[in-house]
Design a protein. Structure first.
Length: 156
């Protein structure tokens, strides 16, 4: 399989993903025509902490980890693990910001990837679909914030 190719039929259960919570089948079709399918070997770095990029990634298979540098501890810590069905980088519709973590492939992964140019095309050509995905991204962020609050509360 090529480094990146358009998506034909891919085994990604989009209806279970919070990112697509507000989407209909027609939105999934539009989205799947906008993304690229990419195969990444174990050990690949998708982005590094401090790097600027805008990519929305849906994990079809394999696993990814978000890793944070910790100069005081002398070793990085794993902030999140993303398995099949997960999405990461959902702020792709905003300007590229510096990543607070590095994203690396732990287990060989098949990924659906939407870069900034493709996101802009999606917004221009299918604004209703883009709005539903943005709404799903906001929902996903709220879910992650709630989980972080719960984990933080257990420390006190």
């Amino acid at each position: 399989m090529a480094e990146a190719e358009t998506v034909g039929r891919v085994d990604f259960d989009w209806q279970k993903s919070p990112l697509f919570r507000f989407c209909e089948v027609s939105d999934w079709v539009v989205f799947s025509e906008s993304v690229l399918l990419s195969e990444k070997p174990s050990g690949s770095v998708i982005w590094s902490e401090g790097e600027r990029s805008a990519q929305l990634i849906c994990v079809v298979s394999g696993s990814l980890e978000a890793v944070k540098k910790t100069p005081d501890w002398g070793k990085p810590i794993i902030m999140a693990r993303y398995l099949a069905g997960a999405s990461v980088g959902e702020l792709v519709f905003d300007d590229a910001e510096e990543h607070s973590t590095s994203l690396q492939v732990v287990e060989k992964a098949s990924l659906l990837m939407l870069d900034q140019d493709r996101a802009e095309s999606l917004q221009r050509d299918s604004p209703v679909t883009a709005a539903r995905i943005i709404r799903g991204a906001a929902y996903l962020q709220l879910e992650r914030l709630r989980r972080a609050d719960q984990r933080l509360a257990t420390l006190f």
